[in-house]
Design a binder for this molecule. Structure first.
Ligand SMILES: Nc1ncnc2c1ncn2[C@@H]1O[C@H](COP(=O)(O)OP(=O)(O)O)[C@@H](O)[C@H]1O
Ligand SMILES: [Mg+2]
Length: 467
Protein backbone atom coordinates (compact mmCIF):
# COMPACT_ATOMS: atom_id res chain seq x y z
CA UNK A 1 0.00 0.00 0.00
CA UNK A 2 1.63 3.25 -1.12
CA UNK A 3 -0.37 6.34 -0.37
CA UNK A 4 0.58 9.82 -1.45
CA UNK A 5 -0.86 12.30 0.98
CA UNK A 6 -0.82 16.00 1.46
CA UNK A 7 2.67 17.48 1.71
CA UNK A 8 4.05 14.43 -0.13
CA UNK A 9 4.11 12.09 2.83
CA UNK A 10 4.53 8.62 1.39
CA UNK A 11 3.63 5.54 3.37
CA UNK A 12 4.89 2.15 2.26
CA UNK A 13 3.35 -0.88 3.85
CA UNK A 14 2.31 -4.17 2.34
CA UNK A 15 -0.33 -5.88 4.45
CA UNK A 16 -0.68 -9.63 3.96
CA UNK A 17 -3.14 -12.25 5.18
CA UNK A 18 -4.95 -11.23 8.34
CA UNK A 19 -3.45 -7.72 8.25
CA UNK A 20 -4.92 -7.30 4.76
CA UNK A 21 -8.33 -8.45 5.97
CA UNK A 22 -8.06 -5.95 8.79
CA UNK A 23 -8.02 -3.14 6.26
CA UNK A 24 -11.16 -4.36 4.55
CA UNK A 25 -13.27 -5.16 7.54
CA UNK A 26 -16.01 -2.94 8.93
CA UNK A 27 -17.01 -5.30 11.78
CA UNK A 28 -17.60 -3.40 14.99
CA UNK A 29 -15.43 -5.82 17.01
CA UNK A 30 -12.36 -7.37 15.49
CA UNK A 31 -9.67 -9.55 17.05
CA UNK A 32 -6.42 -10.14 15.19
CA UNK A 33 -4.77 -13.10 16.92
CA UNK A 34 -1.80 -15.32 16.22
CA UNK A 35 1.71 -16.25 17.30
CA UNK A 36 4.37 -13.69 18.20
CA UNK A 37 5.86 -11.67 15.36
CA UNK A 38 3.24 -12.06 12.63
CA UNK A 39 2.71 -8.32 12.19
CA UNK A 40 -0.47 -7.90 14.24
CA UNK A 41 0.59 -4.73 16.03
CA UNK A 42 2.13 -3.19 12.92
CA UNK A 43 -1.00 -3.92 10.88
CA UNK A 44 -3.38 -2.45 13.44
CA UNK A 45 -1.18 0.63 13.92
CA UNK A 46 -1.08 1.27 10.18
CA UNK A 47 -4.83 0.88 10.12
CA UNK A 48 -5.14 3.63 12.75
CA UNK A 49 -2.58 5.91 11.16
CA UNK A 50 -3.93 5.69 7.61
CA UNK A 51 -7.53 6.11 8.77
CA UNK A 52 -6.55 9.23 10.73
CA UNK A 53 -4.63 10.62 7.75
CA UNK A 54 -7.49 10.09 5.32
CA UNK A 55 -10.42 11.14 7.50
CA UNK A 56 -10.39 14.63 9.00
CA UNK A 57 -11.52 15.30 12.55
CA UNK A 58 -11.84 11.71 13.70
CA UNK A 59 -10.87 10.55 17.16
CA UNK A 60 -8.97 7.31 17.70
CA UNK A 61 -7.55 5.58 20.76
CA UNK A 62 -4.58 3.24 21.17
CA UNK A 63 -4.81 1.49 24.51
CA UNK A 64 -3.11 -1.23 26.55
CA UNK A 65 -3.74 -2.54 30.01
CA UNK A 66 -0.99 -0.37 31.46
CA UNK A 67 0.27 2.97 30.17
CA UNK A 68 3.90 1.97 30.84
CA UNK A 69 3.74 -1.13 28.66
CA UNK A 70 2.12 0.87 25.86
CA UNK A 71 4.92 3.43 25.82
CA UNK A 72 7.70 0.87 25.90
CA UNK A 73 6.32 -1.34 23.12
CA UNK A 74 3.41 -0.37 20.88
CA UNK A 75 4.21 3.33 20.68
CA UNK A 76 7.86 2.66 19.83
CA UNK A 77 6.62 0.75 16.78
CA UNK A 78 4.20 3.55 15.96
CA UNK A 79 6.87 6.26 16.13
CA UNK A 80 9.59 4.36 14.31
CA UNK A 81 7.79 2.23 11.76
CA UNK A 82 4.37 3.71 11.18
CA UNK A 83 4.31 7.47 11.64
CA UNK A 84 8.04 8.30 11.38
CA UNK A 85 7.71 10.13 8.08
CA UNK A 86 4.54 11.99 9.03
CA UNK A 87 6.10 13.00 12.35
CA UNK A 88 9.24 14.23 10.61
CA UNK A 89 7.17 16.32 8.22
CA UNK A 90 5.01 17.77 10.95
CA UNK A 91 1.80 16.27 9.52
CA UNK A 92 1.51 14.50 12.85
CA UNK A 93 2.65 16.00 16.14
CA UNK A 94 3.04 14.38 19.52
CA UNK A 95 1.16 16.00 22.40
CA UNK A 96 2.42 14.97 25.83
CA UNK A 97 -0.89 15.45 27.65
CA UNK A 98 -2.08 17.98 30.22
CA UNK A 99 -4.00 17.94 33.45
CA UNK A 100 -7.24 17.61 31.51
CA UNK A 101 -6.28 16.00 28.24
CA UNK A 102 -4.75 12.63 27.51
CA UNK A 103 -1.50 12.35 25.56
CA UNK A 104 -1.64 11.49 21.87
CA UNK A 105 -0.87 12.24 18.26
CA UNK A 106 -2.46 15.25 16.56
CA UNK A 107 -2.90 15.24 12.80
CA UNK A 108 -2.86 18.39 10.71
CA UNK A 109 -6.33 17.49 9.37
CA UNK A 110 -7.81 17.73 12.86
CA UNK A 111 -7.81 14.02 13.61
CA UNK A 112 -6.27 12.71 16.84
CA UNK A 113 -5.03 9.40 18.14
CA UNK A 114 -5.17 9.43 21.92
CA UNK A 115 -3.00 6.93 23.82
CA UNK A 116 -3.25 5.53 27.31
CA UNK A 117 -3.52 2.60 29.69
CA UNK A 118 -6.64 1.14 31.27
CA UNK A 119 -4.76 1.43 34.57
CA UNK A 120 -5.33 5.20 34.33
CA UNK A 121 -8.69 5.36 32.61
CA UNK A 122 -9.90 8.83 33.75
CA UNK A 123 -8.66 10.92 30.84
CA UNK A 124 -9.01 8.37 28.05
CA UNK A 125 -12.42 7.06 29.08
CA UNK A 126 -14.05 10.45 29.45
CA UNK A 127 -13.89 11.05 25.69
CA UNK A 128 -15.57 9.51 22.63
CA UNK A 129 -13.94 7.73 19.71
CA UNK A 130 -14.49 6.45 16.18
CA UNK A 131 -11.78 3.80 16.21
CA UNK A 132 -10.00 2.00 19.05
CA UNK A 133 -7.02 -0.34 18.97
CA UNK A 134 -6.19 -2.39 22.06
CA UNK A 135 -2.79 -4.06 21.81
CA UNK A 136 -2.02 -7.26 23.77
CA UNK A 137 -5.72 -7.31 24.46
CA UNK A 138 -5.69 -10.60 26.40
CA UNK A 139 -4.38 -8.48 29.30
CA UNK A 140 -7.64 -6.55 29.43
CA UNK A 141 -10.63 -7.67 31.45
CA UNK A 142 -13.99 -8.09 29.80
CA UNK A 143 -15.13 -5.06 31.80
CA UNK A 144 -12.34 -2.98 30.22
CA UNK A 145 -13.42 -4.13 26.76
CA UNK A 146 -17.07 -3.37 27.38
CA UNK A 147 -16.23 0.02 28.88
CA UNK A 148 -14.26 0.85 25.73
CA UNK A 149 -17.26 -0.13 23.59
CA UNK A 150 -19.40 2.49 25.34
CA UNK A 151 -16.94 5.20 24.21
CA UNK A 152 -17.30 4.34 20.51
CA UNK A 153 -19.81 6.94 19.48
CA UNK A 154 -17.97 9.91 18.14
CA UNK A 155 -19.76 9.56 14.81
CA UNK A 156 -17.17 11.28 12.59
CA UNK A 157 -16.47 8.06 10.67
CA UNK A 158 -19.24 6.22 8.89
CA UNK A 159 -18.21 3.06 10.76
CA UNK A 160 -17.03 2.57 14.32
CA UNK A 161 -14.62 -0.19 15.24
CA UNK A 162 -12.89 -1.74 18.19
CA UNK A 163 -9.77 -3.71 17.21
CA UNK A 164 -7.89 -6.07 19.52
CA UNK A 165 -4.48 -7.61 18.75
CA UNK A 166 -3.14 -10.46 20.84
CA UNK A 167 -1.19 -13.65 21.08
CA UNK A 168 -3.44 -16.56 22.00
CA UNK A 169 -4.17 -17.07 25.68
CA UNK A 170 -5.98 -19.98 27.34
CA UNK A 171 -8.79 -21.75 25.46
CA UNK A 172 -11.38 -20.27 27.80
CA UNK A 173 -10.18 -16.70 27.56
CA UNK A 174 -13.11 -14.25 27.31
CA UNK A 175 -11.75 -12.77 24.08
CA UNK A 176 -11.68 -16.19 22.41
CA UNK A 177 -15.16 -16.94 23.70
CA UNK A 178 -16.43 -13.66 22.36
CA UNK A 179 -15.20 -14.67 18.92
CA UNK A 180 -16.57 -18.23 19.25
CA UNK A 181 -19.97 -16.79 20.16
CA UNK A 182 -19.96 -14.47 17.17
CA UNK A 183 -19.85 -11.21 19.12
CA UNK A 184 -16.44 -10.40 17.67
CA UNK A 185 -14.76 -11.52 14.48
CA UNK A 186 -11.39 -13.24 14.71
CA UNK A 187 -8.75 -12.75 12.05
CA UNK A 188 -6.06 -15.41 12.32
CA UNK A 189 -2.62 -13.99 11.72
CA UNK A 190 0.28 -16.27 10.70
CA UNK A 191 4.02 -15.87 10.26
CA UNK A 192 3.65 -16.05 6.49
CA UNK A 193 1.76 -12.73 6.78
CA UNK A 194 4.96 -11.00 7.83
CA UNK A 195 7.25 -10.10 4.89
CA UNK A 196 10.00 -9.08 7.30
CA UNK A 197 10.30 -12.73 8.38
CA UNK A 198 8.88 -14.85 5.54
CA UNK A 199 9.43 -14.32 1.80
CA UNK A 200 6.50 -14.70 -0.55
CA UNK A 201 7.80 -18.16 -1.60
CA UNK A 202 7.60 -19.34 2.03
CA UNK A 203 11.35 -19.27 2.73
CA UNK A 204 12.60 -17.34 5.75
CA UNK A 205 14.39 -14.03 5.53
CA UNK A 206 17.64 -13.75 7.54
CA UNK A 207 15.76 -11.76 10.20
CA UNK A 208 12.99 -14.35 10.22
CA UNK A 209 15.43 -17.26 10.60
CA UNK A 210 16.92 -15.50 13.63
CA UNK A 211 13.51 -14.81 15.14
CA UNK A 212 12.24 -18.37 14.66
CA UNK A 213 15.37 -19.73 16.36
CA UNK A 214 14.22 -17.90 19.48
CA UNK A 215 10.65 -19.16 19.18
CA UNK A 216 11.94 -22.72 18.65
CA UNK A 217 13.61 -22.57 22.06
CA UNK A 218 10.30 -22.03 23.83
CA UNK A 219 8.70 -24.96 25.61
CA UNK A 220 5.32 -25.91 27.02
CA UNK A 221 2.34 -23.64 26.81
CA UNK A 222 4.40 -20.61 25.72
CA UNK A 223 5.57 -22.56 22.69
CA UNK A 224 2.00 -23.56 21.80
CA UNK A 225 0.75 -20.00 22.07
CA UNK A 226 3.65 -17.85 20.85
CA UNK A 227 5.20 -20.14 18.25
CA UNK A 228 2.26 -22.24 17.08
CA UNK A 229 -0.52 -19.72 17.70
CA UNK A 230 -2.83 -22.07 19.60
CA UNK A 231 -5.26 -20.96 22.33
CA UNK A 232 -3.85 -23.55 24.72
CA UNK A 233 -3.79 -24.27 28.42
CA UNK A 234 -0.75 -25.94 29.94
CA UNK A 235 -0.95 -29.71 30.49
CA UNK A 236 -0.41 -30.51 34.13
CA UNK A 237 -0.61 -26.90 35.26
CA UNK A 238 0.43 -26.69 38.89
CA UNK A 239 -1.57 -23.60 39.81
CA UNK A 240 -4.78 -24.54 38.03
CA UNK A 241 -6.66 -22.39 40.49
CA UNK A 242 -5.03 -19.22 39.16
CA UNK A 243 -7.58 -16.96 37.51
CA UNK A 244 -6.72 -13.45 36.29
CA UNK A 245 -10.22 -12.28 37.08
CA UNK A 246 -9.88 -13.40 40.69
CA UNK A 247 -6.22 -12.97 41.57
CA UNK A 248 -5.14 -9.88 39.64
CA UNK A 249 -6.12 -6.63 41.32
CA UNK A 250 -5.71 -3.00 40.34
CA UNK A 251 -3.16 -0.95 42.26
CA UNK A 252 -4.43 0.60 45.47
CA UNK A 253 -2.91 2.57 48.33
CA UNK A 254 -1.51 -0.09 50.64
CA UNK A 255 -2.00 0.93 54.27
CA UNK A 256 1.25 1.44 56.20
CA UNK A 257 -0.12 -0.85 58.87
CA UNK A 258 0.14 -3.88 56.60
CA UNK A 259 3.21 -6.04 57.20
CA UNK A 260 5.73 -6.18 54.35
CA UNK A 261 7.86 -9.11 53.27
CA UNK A 262 10.46 -9.46 50.55
CA UNK A 263 11.33 -12.73 48.85
CA UNK A 264 14.32 -13.29 46.59
CA UNK A 265 15.36 -15.90 44.05
CA UNK A 266 18.92 -15.26 42.88
CA UNK A 267 20.00 -15.42 39.26
CA UNK A 268 22.26 -13.79 36.72
CA UNK A 269 21.88 -15.71 33.46
CA UNK A 270 18.47 -16.73 34.67
CA UNK A 271 16.39 -13.89 36.06
CA UNK A 272 16.99 -12.52 39.54
CA UNK A 273 13.60 -12.10 41.19
CA UNK A 274 12.74 -9.88 44.12
CA UNK A 275 9.12 -9.70 45.20
CA UNK A 276 7.65 -7.22 47.69
CA UNK A 277 4.58 -8.49 49.49
CA UNK A 278 2.05 -6.79 51.75
CA UNK A 279 -0.07 -8.75 54.19
CA UNK A 280 -3.44 -7.41 55.28
CA UNK A 281 -4.96 -7.82 58.72
CA UNK A 282 -6.63 -11.08 57.70
CA UNK A 283 -3.39 -12.63 56.44
CA UNK A 284 -4.05 -12.13 52.73
CA UNK A 285 -0.91 -11.59 50.69
CA UNK A 286 -0.50 -9.02 47.90
CA UNK A 287 2.48 -9.08 45.54
CA UNK A 288 2.81 -5.35 44.86
CA UNK A 289 6.27 -4.95 43.42
CA UNK A 290 8.51 -7.25 41.44
CA UNK A 291 12.02 -7.00 40.03
CA UNK A 292 12.62 -9.69 37.38
CA UNK A 293 15.88 -9.23 35.47
CA UNK A 294 18.76 -11.07 33.91
CA UNK A 295 22.42 -10.07 33.72
CA UNK A 296 22.52 -7.65 36.60
CA UNK A 297 24.66 -8.01 39.73
CA UNK A 298 23.13 -8.57 43.16
CA UNK A 299 24.66 -5.31 44.40
CA UNK A 300 22.96 -3.41 41.57
CA UNK A 301 19.63 -5.02 42.40
CA UNK A 302 20.13 -3.98 46.02
CA UNK A 303 20.72 -0.38 44.94
CA UNK A 304 17.69 -0.48 42.65
CA UNK A 305 15.33 -1.68 45.33
CA UNK A 306 16.59 0.87 47.86
CA UNK A 307 15.93 3.63 45.34
CA UNK A 308 12.36 2.43 45.11
CA UNK A 309 11.66 2.37 48.82
CA UNK A 310 13.55 5.43 50.03
CA UNK A 311 13.24 9.11 49.30
CA UNK A 312 15.25 12.19 50.15
CA UNK A 313 13.63 14.18 52.98
CA UNK A 314 16.35 16.70 53.72
CA UNK A 315 18.18 17.49 50.52
CA UNK A 316 21.64 19.10 50.51
CA UNK A 317 20.41 20.94 47.38
CA UNK A 318 23.74 20.46 45.70
CA UNK A 319 23.78 21.85 42.19
CA UNK A 320 26.70 19.64 41.17
CA UNK A 321 26.17 17.85 37.87
CA UNK A 322 25.21 14.25 38.42
CA UNK A 323 24.15 14.91 42.01
CA UNK A 324 22.17 11.95 43.24
CA UNK A 325 20.41 12.04 46.62
CA UNK A 326 20.66 8.28 46.89
CA UNK A 327 24.47 8.28 46.87
CA UNK A 328 25.04 11.70 48.46
CA UNK A 329 26.56 11.71 51.97
CA UNK A 330 24.74 14.90 52.97
CA UNK A 331 21.21 14.10 51.86
CA UNK A 332 18.93 12.44 54.37
CA UNK A 333 17.00 9.48 53.08
CA UNK A 334 13.90 8.04 54.64
CA UNK A 335 11.88 4.95 53.89
CA UNK A 336 8.71 5.75 51.96
CA UNK A 337 7.04 2.49 52.90
CA UNK A 338 7.35 0.09 55.85
CA UNK A 339 10.54 -1.94 56.00
CA UNK A 340 10.04 -5.65 55.35
CA UNK A 341 9.68 -7.82 58.41
CA UNK A 342 11.99 -10.30 56.71
CA UNK A 343 13.96 -10.66 53.49
CA UNK A 344 13.48 -14.31 52.60
CA UNK A 345 16.11 -15.69 50.25
CA UNK A 346 17.12 -18.57 48.15
CA UNK A 347 20.10 -20.30 49.81
CA UNK A 348 23.09 -19.10 47.80
CA UNK A 349 25.45 -18.02 50.60
CA UNK A 350 27.57 -15.64 48.56
CA UNK A 351 24.61 -13.87 46.96
CA UNK A 352 22.90 -13.57 50.32
CA UNK A 353 26.01 -12.04 51.87
CA UNK A 354 26.28 -9.54 49.00
CA UNK A 355 22.62 -8.63 49.27
CA UNK A 356 22.89 -8.13 53.05
CA UNK A 357 25.97 -5.97 52.69
CA UNK A 358 24.38 -3.67 50.13
CA UNK A 359 20.92 -3.49 51.71
CA UNK A 360 22.45 -3.18 55.18
CA UNK A 361 19.71 -5.57 56.23
CA UNK A 362 19.77 -9.16 57.39
CA UNK A 363 18.15 -11.90 55.37
CA UNK A 364 16.77 -15.31 56.23
CA UNK A 365 16.93 -18.56 54.32
CA UNK A 366 13.69 -19.60 52.66
CA UNK A 367 11.91 -22.80 53.51
CA UNK A 368 12.59 -24.46 50.20
CA UNK A 369 10.72 -27.75 50.35
CA UNK A 370 8.83 -27.95 47.10
CA UNK A 371 5.85 -30.19 47.55
CA UNK A 372 4.35 -28.68 50.71
CA UNK A 373 5.29 -25.20 49.46
CA UNK A 374 3.28 -25.75 46.31
CA UNK A 375 0.36 -27.00 48.36
CA UNK A 376 0.53 -23.86 50.47
CA UNK A 377 0.32 -21.69 47.33
CA UNK A 378 -2.51 -23.81 45.89
CA UNK A 379 -4.57 -23.50 49.01
CA UNK A 380 -4.07 -19.73 49.10
CA UNK A 381 -5.29 -19.46 45.51
CA UNK A 382 -8.58 -21.15 46.40
CA UNK A 383 -11.36 -18.72 47.22
CA UNK A 384 -12.12 -18.77 50.93
CA UNK A 385 -15.58 -18.67 52.53
CA UNK A 386 -15.96 -15.00 51.56
CA UNK A 387 -15.28 -15.83 47.89
CA UNK A 388 -11.85 -14.20 47.97
CA UNK A 389 -8.54 -16.02 47.64
CA UNK A 390 -5.68 -15.37 50.06
CA UNK A 391 -3.09 -14.40 47.47
CA UNK A 392 -3.22 -11.55 44.95
CA UNK A 393 -0.94 -9.92 42.42
CA UNK A 394 -1.28 -6.18 41.91
CA UNK A 395 -1.36 -5.23 38.23
CA UNK A 396 1.73 -3.43 37.03
CA UNK A 397 3.83 -4.77 39.94
CA UNK A 398 6.74 -5.34 37.58
CA UNK A 399 9.21 -2.47 37.97
CA UNK A 400 10.96 -2.73 34.61
CA UNK A 401 10.65 -5.02 31.61
CA UNK A 402 13.75 -7.06 30.75
CA UNK A 403 14.15 -6.40 27.03
CA UNK A 404 16.39 -9.44 26.43
CA UNK A 405 13.71 -11.70 27.89
CA UNK A 406 11.04 -9.86 25.95
CA UNK A 407 12.88 -10.34 22.66
CA UNK A 408 13.16 -14.05 23.40
CA UNK A 409 9.41 -14.19 24.21
CA UNK A 410 10.28 -15.46 27.70
CA UNK A 411 8.29 -14.65 30.87
CA UNK A 412 8.82 -11.16 32.26
CA UNK A 413 7.18 -11.57 35.69
CA UNK A 414 5.29 -13.90 38.03
CA UNK A 415 2.00 -13.67 36.17
CA UNK A 416 3.78 -14.66 32.94
CA UNK A 417 5.22 -17.76 34.61
CA UNK A 418 2.19 -18.98 36.47
CA UNK A 419 0.14 -20.40 33.57
CA UNK A 420 3.11 -22.35 32.20
CA UNK A 421 4.36 -23.73 35.52
CA UNK A 422 3.74 -27.45 35.12
CA UNK A 423 4.37 -30.85 36.69
CA UNK A 424 7.07 -33.02 35.17
CA UNK A 425 5.64 -36.34 34.13
CA UNK A 426 8.26 -38.91 34.98
CA UNK A 427 9.29 -41.35 32.25
CA UNK A 428 7.84 -44.85 32.68
CA UNK A 429 5.09 -43.40 34.76
CA UNK A 430 2.22 -43.35 32.36
CA UNK A 431 -0.27 -42.61 35.11
CA UNK A 432 1.73 -39.45 35.52
CA UNK A 433 2.87 -39.57 39.13
CA UNK A 434 3.45 -35.89 39.43
CA UNK A 435 6.01 -35.11 42.03
CA UNK A 436 8.01 -32.20 40.89
CA UNK A 437 7.65 -29.18 38.69
CA UNK A 438 9.47 -28.76 35.40
CA UNK A 439 12.49 -26.69 36.32
CA UNK A 440 12.05 -24.01 33.70
CA UNK A 441 10.63 -20.50 33.81
CA UNK A 442 10.10 -21.04 37.53
CA UNK A 443 12.03 -18.15 39.09
CA UNK A 444 9.13 -16.00 40.21
CA UNK A 445 7.31 -19.22 41.12
CA UNK A 446 10.08 -20.00 43.61
CA UNK A 447 9.94 -16.55 45.19
CA UNK A 448 6.16 -16.81 45.44
CA UNK A 449 6.40 -20.22 47.06
CA UNK A 450 8.94 -18.97 49.62
CA UNK A 451 6.42 -16.32 50.63
CA UNK A 452 3.59 -18.78 51.20
CA UNK A 453 5.90 -21.25 52.94
CA UNK A 454 7.02 -18.50 55.31
CA UNK A 455 3.46 -17.71 56.35
CA UNK A 456 1.82 -21.13 56.20
CA UNK A 457 4.42 -23.82 56.88
CA UNK A 458 6.49 -22.52 59.70
CA UNK A 459 5.50 -24.73 62.62
CA UNK A 460 2.94 -22.30 63.88
CA UNK A 461 0.59 -23.67 66.48
CA UNK A 462 -1.90 -25.88 64.74
CA UNK A 463 -5.45 -25.70 65.88
CA UNK A 464 -7.59 -28.65 65.03
CA UNK A 465 -11.29 -28.65 65.22
CA UNK A 466 -12.73 -32.04 65.97
CA UNK A 467 -16.26 -32.40 64.75
N1 LIG B 1 3.86 -6.11 6.49
C1 LIG B 1 5.03 -5.89 7.06
N2 LIG B 1 6.02 -5.26 6.38
C2 LIG B 1 7.22 -5.04 6.95
N3 LIG B 1 7.56 -5.42 8.21
C3 LIG B 1 6.63 -6.05 8.94
C4 LIG B 1 5.31 -6.33 8.39
N4 LIG B 1 4.60 -6.96 9.35
C5 LIG B 1 5.42 -7.06 10.44
N5 LIG B 1 6.63 -6.52 10.19
C6 LIG B 1 7.76 -6.43 11.15
O1 LIG B 1 7.85 -7.66 11.86
C7 LIG B 1 8.11 -7.43 13.25
C8 LIG B 1 6.99 -8.05 14.10
O2 LIG B 1 5.78 -7.35 13.86
P1 LIG B 1 4.75 -7.02 15.04
O3 LIG B 1 3.66 -6.23 14.43
O4 LIG B 1 5.46 -6.44 16.20
O5 LIG B 1 4.26 -8.49 15.38
P2 LIG B 1 3.17 -9.01 16.44
O6 LIG B 1 2.43 -7.83 16.95
O7 LIG B 1 2.33 -9.94 15.64
O8 LIG B 1 3.95 -9.75 17.49
C9 LIG B 1 8.21 -5.94 13.43
O9 LIG B 1 9.57 -5.58 13.39
C10 LIG B 1 7.47 -5.40 12.23
O10 LIG B 1 7.95 -4.12 11.87
MG1 LIG C 1 2.41 -7.09 18.97
Amino acid sequence: MTTALDQDAVVRYEPRGAARQLFKSRDSELVIAGPAGTGKSLGALFRMHLTALHNPNIRCLIVRKTAVSLTSTTLVTFDKKVAADALARGIVRWFGGSAREAAGYRYSNGSVIVVGGMDKPEKIMSAEYDLVFADEATELTIDDWEAIATRLRNGMLSWQQQIAACNPGGPKHWLKQRCDQGEARMLVSRHRDNPAYVNSDGTFTAKGADYFKKLDKLTGVRRLRLRDGIWAAAEGQIYEGWDDALHLVDPFKIPDSWVRWWTVDFGYTNPFVLQCWAEDGDGRLYLYREIYRTKRLVEDHARDILRLVRRCTDCCKSKAGGHDCHTCEQCVLEWSEPRPRAVICDHDAEDRATLERHLKMSTQAAKKSVSDGIQAVQSRLKPAGDGRPRLFVVRGALVERDTALEEASLPLCATDEIGGYVWAVKPGNAGGLKEEPVKKDDHAMDALRYMCAERDLKGRPQVRFLG
